[in-house]
Design a protein around this ligand. Structure first.
Ligand SMILES: Cc1cc2nc3c(=O)[nH]c(=O)nc-3n(C[C@H](O)[C@H](O)[C@H](O)COP(=O)(O)OP(=O)(O)OC[C@H]3O[C@@H](n4cnc5c(N)ncnc54)[C@H](O)[C@@H]3O)c2cc1C
Length: 253
Protein backbone atom coordinates (compact mmCIF):
# COMPACT_ATOMS: atom_id res chain seq x y z
CA UNK A 1 0.00 0.00 0.00
CA UNK A 2 1.36 3.44 -0.89
CA UNK A 3 0.79 5.83 2.00
CA UNK A 4 0.75 9.65 1.93
CA UNK A 5 0.48 11.89 4.99
CA UNK A 6 -0.89 15.41 4.65
CA UNK A 7 0.02 17.79 7.51
CA UNK A 8 -0.91 21.45 7.57
CA UNK A 9 1.92 22.30 10.00
CA UNK A 10 5.45 22.97 8.81
CA UNK A 11 6.65 19.66 10.28
CA UNK A 12 5.31 16.38 11.57
CA UNK A 13 3.76 16.16 15.09
CA UNK A 14 4.00 19.96 15.55
CA UNK A 15 1.75 19.99 18.61
CA UNK A 16 3.38 17.03 20.30
CA UNK A 17 7.14 17.23 19.91
CA UNK A 18 10.10 19.51 19.23
CA UNK A 19 11.07 20.58 15.71
CA UNK A 20 14.12 18.29 15.65
CA UNK A 21 12.00 15.32 16.78
CA UNK A 22 9.39 16.07 14.10
CA UNK A 23 12.12 16.19 11.46
CA UNK A 24 13.59 12.87 12.59
CA UNK A 25 10.17 11.16 12.50
CA UNK A 26 9.68 12.67 9.02
CA UNK A 27 13.02 11.24 7.85
CA UNK A 28 12.10 7.85 9.33
CA UNK A 29 8.69 7.55 7.66
CA UNK A 30 10.14 8.63 4.30
CA UNK A 31 12.80 5.93 4.69
CA UNK A 32 9.88 3.49 5.08
CA UNK A 33 8.33 4.63 1.79
CA UNK A 34 5.78 7.13 3.11
CA UNK A 35 5.29 10.38 1.22
CA UNK A 36 4.81 13.40 3.50
CA UNK A 37 3.18 16.66 2.37
CA UNK A 38 3.91 19.46 4.84
CA UNK A 39 2.30 22.90 4.99
CA UNK A 40 -0.68 21.57 3.05
CA UNK A 41 -4.37 21.38 3.94
CA UNK A 42 -6.81 18.89 2.49
CA UNK A 43 -9.32 21.24 0.90
CA UNK A 44 -11.70 19.06 -1.06
CA UNK A 45 -12.44 15.38 -1.63
CA UNK A 46 -14.14 14.10 -4.74
CA UNK A 47 -15.05 10.54 -5.61
CA UNK A 48 -15.68 8.96 -8.97
CA UNK A 49 -16.06 5.22 -9.50
CA UNK A 50 -14.59 4.18 -6.14
CA UNK A 51 -11.36 6.17 -6.47
CA UNK A 52 -11.02 9.45 -4.60
CA UNK A 53 -9.16 12.62 -5.32
CA UNK A 54 -7.97 14.89 -2.52
CA UNK A 55 -7.26 18.47 -3.47
CA UNK A 56 -4.52 20.09 -1.39
CA UNK A 57 -4.06 23.78 -0.64
CA UNK A 58 -0.64 23.70 -2.37
CA UNK A 59 -2.35 22.96 -5.70
CA UNK A 60 -1.49 19.26 -5.76
CA UNK A 61 -4.13 16.54 -6.13
CA UNK A 62 -3.65 13.08 -4.59
CA UNK A 63 -5.41 9.96 -5.89
CA UNK A 64 -6.41 7.54 -3.15
CA UNK A 65 -8.48 4.42 -2.46
CA UNK A 66 -8.71 4.94 1.29
CA UNK A 67 -8.76 8.19 3.24
CA UNK A 68 -8.24 8.50 7.00
CA UNK A 69 -9.05 11.82 8.60
CA UNK A 70 -7.19 12.26 11.89
CA UNK A 71 -7.59 15.95 12.54
CA UNK A 72 -8.00 15.99 16.33
CA UNK A 73 -10.78 15.79 18.90
CA UNK A 74 -13.07 18.38 20.45
CA UNK A 75 -15.35 17.99 23.50
CA UNK A 76 -19.03 17.60 22.64
CA UNK A 77 -20.60 19.99 25.16
CA UNK A 78 -23.50 21.45 23.15
CA UNK A 79 -26.02 19.49 25.24
CA UNK A 80 -25.04 21.57 28.32
CA UNK A 81 -26.30 24.82 26.84
CA UNK A 82 -28.66 26.51 29.27
CA UNK A 83 -27.69 24.13 32.11
CA UNK A 84 -25.77 26.77 34.05
CA UNK A 85 -22.62 24.63 33.91
CA UNK A 86 -19.70 26.87 32.90
CA UNK A 87 -17.84 25.77 29.79
CA UNK A 88 -15.01 27.09 27.63
CA UNK A 89 -13.62 24.63 25.05
CA UNK A 90 -14.56 21.92 27.54
CA UNK A 91 -16.41 21.72 30.87
CA UNK A 92 -14.68 23.87 33.51
CA UNK A 93 -14.00 22.15 36.82
CA UNK A 94 -12.23 22.94 40.08
CA UNK A 95 -9.44 20.84 41.63
CA UNK A 96 -12.10 18.48 43.03
CA UNK A 97 -13.46 17.97 39.49
CA UNK A 98 -16.68 19.75 40.46
CA UNK A 99 -18.31 21.93 37.82
CA UNK A 100 -19.65 25.42 38.50
CA UNK A 101 -22.88 23.74 39.68
CA UNK A 102 -22.56 22.19 43.15
CA UNK A 103 -23.00 18.43 43.10
CA UNK A 104 -22.26 18.04 39.38
CA UNK A 105 -18.83 16.66 38.52
CA UNK A 106 -17.05 16.10 35.21
CA UNK A 107 -13.96 14.13 34.16
CA UNK A 108 -12.08 13.00 31.08
CA UNK A 109 -11.85 14.30 27.54
CA UNK A 110 -14.87 16.53 27.96
CA UNK A 111 -13.29 18.60 30.76
CA UNK A 112 -10.82 21.42 30.89
CA UNK A 113 -9.07 20.57 34.13
CA UNK A 114 -6.19 22.49 35.69
CA UNK A 115 -2.92 21.98 33.79
CA UNK A 116 -0.03 20.50 35.78
CA UNK A 117 2.36 23.32 34.86
CA UNK A 118 0.11 26.17 33.73
CA UNK A 119 -2.37 25.99 36.61
CA UNK A 120 -4.96 27.10 34.04
CA UNK A 121 -7.80 25.09 32.46
CA UNK A 122 -6.44 22.86 29.68
CA UNK A 123 -7.77 20.16 27.39
CA UNK A 124 -5.53 17.11 27.79
CA UNK A 125 -7.55 14.41 26.06
CA UNK A 126 -5.60 11.27 26.94
CA UNK A 127 -6.56 8.14 28.81
CA UNK A 128 -4.30 8.48 31.93
CA UNK A 129 -5.71 11.95 32.61
CA UNK A 130 -9.28 10.68 32.12
CA UNK A 131 -8.63 7.88 34.63
CA UNK A 132 -7.03 10.21 37.23
CA UNK A 133 -9.82 12.73 36.89
CA UNK A 134 -12.58 10.11 37.05
CA UNK A 135 -11.08 8.62 40.24
CA UNK A 136 -10.89 12.05 41.87
CA UNK A 137 -14.41 12.98 40.76
CA UNK A 138 -15.75 9.68 42.12
CA UNK A 139 -13.97 10.07 45.50
CA UNK A 140 -15.33 13.59 45.90
CA UNK A 141 -18.85 12.59 44.80
CA UNK A 142 -18.69 10.10 47.68
CA UNK A 143 -17.91 12.91 50.12
CA UNK A 144 -14.11 12.84 49.96
CA UNK A 145 -11.82 15.81 49.53
CA UNK A 146 -9.21 14.73 47.00
CA UNK A 147 -7.53 17.30 44.79
CA UNK A 148 -6.27 16.92 41.22
CA UNK A 149 -2.52 17.50 41.00
CA UNK A 150 -2.97 18.83 37.46
CA UNK A 151 -3.29 17.22 34.05
CA UNK A 152 0.04 16.46 32.40
CA UNK A 153 0.63 16.39 28.66
CA UNK A 154 1.81 12.88 27.72
CA UNK A 155 2.35 11.58 24.19
CA UNK A 156 3.69 8.14 23.32
CA UNK A 157 3.75 7.18 19.65
CA UNK A 158 4.78 4.15 17.65
CA UNK A 159 5.42 5.39 14.11
CA UNK A 160 6.07 2.36 11.89
CA UNK A 161 8.16 0.85 14.69
CA UNK A 162 9.93 4.03 15.78
CA UNK A 163 8.87 4.82 19.34
CA UNK A 164 8.75 8.42 20.50
CA UNK A 165 7.42 10.19 23.56
CA UNK A 166 6.99 13.63 25.04
CA UNK A 167 5.96 14.81 28.46
CA UNK A 168 4.98 18.05 30.17
CA UNK A 169 6.49 21.30 28.93
CA UNK A 170 8.45 19.66 26.10
CA UNK A 171 8.64 23.09 24.37
CA UNK A 172 10.66 24.35 27.34
CA UNK A 173 10.31 27.49 29.41
CA UNK A 174 11.92 30.88 28.71
CA UNK A 175 15.37 31.60 30.15
CA UNK A 176 13.81 34.51 32.04
CA UNK A 177 11.78 31.91 33.98
CA UNK A 178 14.85 29.83 34.81
CA UNK A 179 14.61 27.68 31.69
CA UNK A 180 17.53 25.68 30.34
CA UNK A 181 17.77 22.62 28.12
CA UNK A 182 19.89 19.97 26.49
CA UNK A 183 19.29 18.24 23.15
CA UNK A 184 20.95 15.10 21.81
CA UNK A 185 20.37 14.28 18.12
CA UNK A 186 21.62 11.00 16.65
CA UNK A 187 20.20 11.13 13.12
CA UNK A 188 21.99 8.03 11.91
CA UNK A 189 20.44 5.79 14.60
CA UNK A 190 17.10 7.59 14.90
CA UNK A 191 17.71 8.44 18.52
CA UNK A 192 16.85 11.75 20.08
CA UNK A 193 16.53 13.21 23.55
CA UNK A 194 15.55 16.69 24.69
CA UNK A 195 15.33 17.64 28.35
CA UNK A 196 13.82 20.92 29.52
CA UNK A 197 14.48 22.33 32.97
CA UNK A 198 13.11 25.13 35.13
CA UNK A 199 15.78 25.71 37.75
CA UNK A 200 16.90 22.23 38.80
CA UNK A 201 13.53 20.61 38.06
CA UNK A 202 12.83 18.68 34.85
CA UNK A 203 9.63 20.15 33.40
CA UNK A 204 9.51 18.57 29.95
CA UNK A 205 11.10 15.96 27.73
CA UNK A 206 10.98 14.53 24.20
CA UNK A 207 12.50 11.23 23.19
CA UNK A 208 12.84 9.12 20.06
CA UNK A 209 14.21 5.59 19.95
CA UNK A 210 14.15 5.14 23.73
CA UNK A 211 11.90 2.33 24.86
CA UNK A 212 13.53 1.63 28.23
CA UNK A 213 12.77 3.75 31.26
CA UNK A 214 11.01 6.71 29.59
CA UNK A 215 8.57 6.47 32.52
CA UNK A 216 11.43 7.86 34.62
CA UNK A 217 11.15 11.11 32.64
CA UNK A 218 7.47 11.33 33.55
CA UNK A 219 8.34 10.44 37.16
CA UNK A 220 10.91 13.23 37.42
CA UNK A 221 8.48 15.75 35.89
CA UNK A 222 5.36 14.73 37.82
CA UNK A 223 7.29 14.43 41.08
CA UNK A 224 8.68 17.97 40.59
CA UNK A 225 11.95 16.41 41.72
CA UNK A 226 14.80 18.77 42.60
CA UNK A 227 17.78 17.30 40.79
CA UNK A 228 20.48 19.23 42.62
CA UNK A 229 23.89 18.25 41.24
CA UNK A 230 22.21 15.76 38.89
CA UNK A 231 21.06 18.66 36.71
CA UNK A 232 24.64 19.43 35.63
CA UNK A 233 25.20 15.71 35.04
CA UNK A 234 22.14 15.58 32.77
CA UNK A 235 23.18 18.70 30.86
CA UNK A 236 26.50 16.94 30.20
CA UNK A 237 24.89 13.59 29.36
CA UNK A 238 21.07 13.54 29.09
CA UNK A 239 21.04 9.76 28.58
CA UNK A 240 21.70 9.43 32.34
CA UNK A 241 18.08 10.29 33.20
CA UNK A 242 17.36 6.87 34.75
CA UNK A 243 20.38 7.16 37.07
CA UNK A 244 19.20 10.68 37.96
CA UNK A 245 15.71 9.36 38.69
CA UNK A 246 17.00 6.61 40.97
CA UNK A 247 19.34 8.99 42.79
CA UNK A 248 17.07 12.01 43.12
CA UNK A 249 13.50 10.66 43.15
CA UNK A 250 14.00 7.33 44.90
CA UNK A 251 16.26 8.64 47.67
CA UNK A 252 16.14 6.63 50.87
CA UNK A 253 15.47 9.00 53.74
C1 LIG B 1 -8.14 7.53 17.62
C2 LIG B 1 -7.81 7.76 19.07
C3 LIG B 1 -6.61 7.31 19.58
C4 LIG B 1 -6.28 7.53 20.92
N1 LIG B 1 -5.09 7.05 21.39
C5 LIG B 1 -4.76 7.25 22.67
C6 LIG B 1 -3.53 6.77 23.18
O1 LIG B 1 -2.74 6.14 22.49
N2 LIG B 1 -3.24 7.00 24.49
C7 LIG B 1 -4.09 7.67 25.30
O2 LIG B 1 -3.78 7.85 26.47
N3 LIG B 1 -5.27 8.15 24.85
C8 LIG B 1 -5.63 7.95 23.55
N4 LIG B 1 -6.83 8.44 23.07
C9 LIG B 1 -7.68 9.20 23.98
C10 LIG B 1 -8.51 8.30 24.89
O3 LIG B 1 -9.26 7.43 24.08
C11 LIG B 1 -9.43 9.18 25.71
O4 LIG B 1 -8.64 10.10 26.47
C12 LIG B 1 -10.30 8.42 26.70
O5 LIG B 1 -11.09 7.47 26.03
C13 LIG B 1 -11.21 9.43 27.42
O6 LIG B 1 -12.12 8.76 28.22
P1 LIG B 1 -13.50 9.45 28.56
O7 LIG B 1 -14.21 8.49 29.44
O8 LIG B 1 -13.26 10.84 29.04
O9 LIG B 1 -14.26 9.64 27.15
P2 LIG B 1 -14.74 8.54 26.10
O10 LIG B 1 -13.89 7.31 26.14
O11 LIG B 1 -14.90 9.28 24.82
O12 LIG B 1 -16.17 8.15 26.66
C14 LIG B 1 -17.25 9.05 26.63
C15 LIG B 1 -18.52 8.26 26.40
O13 LIG B 1 -19.64 9.13 26.57
C16 LIG B 1 -20.59 8.89 25.55
N5 LIG B 1 -21.39 10.11 25.41
C17 LIG B 1 -21.06 11.25 24.74
N6 LIG B 1 -22.04 12.17 24.87
C18 LIG B 1 -22.98 11.61 25.64
C19 LIG B 1 -24.24 12.05 26.15
N7 LIG B 1 -24.73 13.28 25.86
N8 LIG B 1 -24.93 11.22 26.93
C20 LIG B 1 -24.46 9.97 27.23
N9 LIG B 1 -23.30 9.50 26.78
C21 LIG B 1 -22.57 10.31 26.00
C22 LIG B 1 -19.74 8.53 24.34
O14 LIG B 1 -20.50 7.78 23.40
C23 LIG B 1 -18.62 7.71 24.97
O15 LIG B 1 -18.92 6.34 25.05
C24 LIG B 1 -7.19 8.23 21.75
C25 LIG B 1 -8.40 8.67 21.24
C26 LIG B 1 -8.71 8.46 19.91
C27 LIG B 1 -10.02 8.96 19.39
Amino acid sequence: MKLSVVEMGDRMVPRMMTAAAGQLIHKWVESQGVKVHLGARAEAISAAGGAMKVKLSNGQTLDCDLLISAAGVRPNIAFLEGSGIKVADGILVDKRMQTSVTGIFAAGDVTEAEGFHSGRPELNAIQPNAVDQARIAALNMLGGDTLLQGSLAINVLDTLGLVSSSFGQWQGVPKSEGGSSVELVDDAHYRYLSLQFAGDVLVGATSIGWTDHVGALRGLIQGRVHLGSWKAALLADPTQFMAAYLAAAQKVA
